[in-house]
Design a protein around this ligand. Structure first.
Ligand code: DAH
Length: 388
């Protein structure tokens, strides 16, 4: 009981002091607390600033969308830098100066980096738009030679080896050079087989001055013979036209090669020899030829030449209709009337001529069954001749 009284006296005497003491301790605790909070705020905002700074320094964008996403993440109103600025008010006053400087530097760095990326990106797209003339050019994809050109060049080459040169003439010709000088009498039925497209023509009358699309390259013979003196040894390749319904076997335009040789003492034997040489060079050394009598107004005698079928070798197959032979060209000795109409003395000179269809030879060489393929420009067809 005595102890309690002593404690009571103590509390009574030191009550003021105790209250003071408790208040003092509380005050110390609060200061320590705020001090701790301040230090924590400062530490965490500084750390986040330096974290963002290193992210911003290493950021990159591959395209405009990625660049915009970065702008939104860091620099927009709801971006990470704006969030730091709103936390800035919690920074203790004495650290505000330092943190404020860090924040401003962070914002400047982010803006500068963003502009830099934008410039790089724009430069790259500008480069894509404008060709870089300093670069090595891409190789131009080469096409292939047309099968008709391949065959034409091959035939020109075969005849060049025996002294024939190439001669040219117009596709738009007059009646005189296509028919008249080649011994086609006016109204002769042989003209009907070569109906064509007329450019200038008086209705119902045939005149040497009518203008038409040439039906054969034999017209170049007349041009050459009126312009050159014998000996003449020419090959005349070119396009010709006929009024035909278009089908797998006929077209309104096709290609021919005409051959003409005029000199003294040219005989039918010379013609046969040169045609045999052509057949062997074109279709192989084992190829045989045969000449069948025929009719052309501009040659006398006239013949049609067949070659031994290059599919069955002459034994007979569906391609040669079991005959073993395939027709390939028309030929003959130049009619004296033609020589005279071109101003060449038929008593001194003689000559032979022949004309072949380039499509026909190409069909035989490459087994093209439809004539229309040659003019459709379908690359799937044309690419098949890449290796020829
Ligand atoms: N011009 C004739 C035709 O288109 C082909 C021809 C046959 C030409 C006999 C010739 C030849 O030079 O002698 O059908």
């Amino acid at each position: 009981m005595q102890e309690i009284e002593i404690l009571y006296d103590l509390v009574k005497n030191y009550l003021h002091f105790s209250i003071f003491f408790i208040i003092f301790v509380c005050f110390l605790c609060e200061s320590a607390f705020y001090c701790f909070v301040n230090i924590y705020t400062f530490m965490s905002i500084s750390e986040r600033i330096s974290g963002l700074l290193s992210q911003i320094e290493s950021m990159s964008a591959a395209n405009a969308e990625e660049l915009e996403a970065l702008r939104i993440k860091y620099l927009s109103k709801k971006g990470e830098i704006a969030a730091l600025f709103s936390e800035f008010r919690n920074v203790p006053n004495e650290q505000k100066k330092e943190v404020g400087a860090q924040l401003n530097a962070l914002k400047d760095k982010a803006t500068e980096r963003m502009n830099c990326l934008k410039d790089q990106f724009e430069q790259a797209t500008q480069l894509q738009d404008k060709p870089d003339l300093t670069r090595t050019p891409d190789p131009i994809a080469l096409g292939t030679r047309h099968p008709l050109s391949l065959v034409r060049e091959e035939i020109i080459d075969i005849f060049a080896r025996i002294g024939f040169v190439v001669a040219d003439g117009p596709e738009v010709e007059d009646d005189q050079h296509v028919f008249g000088m080649l011994n086609f009498a006016p109204e002769h039925p042989a003209r009907d087989m070569q109906d064509t497209f007329f450019i200038e023509k008086e209705q119902g009358v045939q005149k040497p001055t009518d203008i038409l699309l040439r039906t054969h390259t034999s017209s170049v013979q007349t041009r050459v013979m009126t312009q050159q003196k014998p000996p003449i040894r020419v090959l005349c390749p070119g396009r010709v036209y006929r009024n035909e319904a278009i089908s797998a076997r006929a077209h309104c335009f096709f290609h021919q090669i005409e051959g003409l040789y005029i000199d003294k003492n040219v005989s039918f034997a010379d013609l046969r020899e040169v045609l045999l040489y052509l057949a062997k060079e074109l279709f192989g050394q084992e190829t045989k030829i045969r000449l069948r009598p025929s009719y052309f107004p501009f040659t006398e005698p006239s013949a049609e030449m067949d070659i031994s079928c290059n599919i069955c070798g002459g034994t007979g197959c569906s391609f040669c209709k079991g005959t073993g032979w395939v027709e390939i060209l028309g030929c003959g000795m130049v009619d004296p009337n033609v020589l005279e109409s071109c101003g060449i003395d038929s008593k001194v000179y003689s000559g032979y001529a022949f004309g072949l269809g380039v499509e026909r030879v190409t069909n035989l060489k490459y087994r093209v069954k439809d004539l229309r393929l040659f003019s459709e420009n379908d690359v799937r067809f044309l690419r098949q001749f890449e290796s020829c």
